[in-house]
Design a protein around this ligand. Structure first.
Ligand code: MN
Length: 255
């Protein structure tokens, strides 16, 4: 997958710069074309190993009952085998219908999602968001991040507790269905925001733009069996299962 991406990026680069000198580094050639929340040029490298989401579901990295301190087994099973599975299937259908090469990463589509159908937007986002969500949780998680991510959270938000409050508020405040995000914007700064439905910050149509480091699903299907209308309680418990090792690696690979 990663090799395929390298090849395609290089092909685009060569086409776009046939008359340019060859003194440009591969890193510059592979830069993404996203714009940040303020509309300035984006410097996130879309050739990062994190731009590698396939069109099929990956296996859950734990059993359905292993996140029980936050999410019950039945919710996990239905969420993974029904909701998320449907996003993946419908995304593949849309990709076939709209001539999308499924050997390329899903991220390639999301960055130019305005050029595709609503079906592609809803299911491409749905599939990507859930693939990220499963990996962002773990039964054996640390309570908080460390290293570069911890330092960046402190400098961006003041403290880890303030960050948690602001992120939780983004999830609680999202009206209807959607996601809360910690993302890296075009200036490589950490930011918090939320998106409706299955949109995410990689999408060119999103109000918040950047690379998602951590996402929280606040659709009712993610918590209703145990928490009913109490979304805030779901969010409070969700912090107990955040896979900070994964989130840190993701941040360090992009910032
Ligand atoms: Mn969901």
């Amino acid at each position: 997958m990663f090799m395929e991406k390298n090849k395609s990026s290089r092909r685009v680069f060569l086409t776009n710069s046939a008359k340019a000198t060859l003194a440009v580094t591969a890193g510059v050639a592979a830069s993404g074309s996203f714009t940040n929340a303020f509309g300035s040029p984006h410097s996130i490298n879309s050739n990062s190993p994190w731009f590698d989401t396939g069109f099929k579901q990956e296996p859950l990295p734990y059993a359905y009952n292993e996140l029980d301190k936050a999410i019950d087994a039945m919710t996990m099973e239905i969420h993974y085998t029904k909701h998320a599975a449907a996003y993946a299937t419908n995304l593949q259908d849309a990709a076939k219908a709209e001539g999308v090469e499924m050997s390329k990463p899903v991220e390639d589509i999301l960055g130019k999602i305005s050029k595709y159908s609503a079906k592609m937007r809803n299911n491409g986002g749905g599939h990507y968001n859930h693939e990220l969500f499963w990996k962002s949780m773990s039964p054996n998680s640390a309570e908080k991040p460390s290293g570069k991510l911890a330092a960046a959270i402190d400098s961006s938000f003041g403290s880890f507790d303030t960050f948690k409050t602001q992120f939780s508020d983004a999830g609680k405040g999202r009206f209807g269905s959607g996601w809360a995000w910690l993302f890296v914007d075009g200036d490589k700064k950490l930011r918090i925001g939320s998106t409706p439905n299955q949109d995410n910050p990689l999408m060119d149509i999103s109000e918040i733009k950047g690379f998602p480091v951590l996402g929280l699903d606040v659709w009712e299907h993610a918590y209703y069996l145990r928490y009913q209308n109490k979304r805030a309680d779901y969010i409070t418990n969700w912090w107990k299962v955040v896979n900070w090792d994964f989130v840190q690696k993701r941040y360090e690979g992009i910032a």
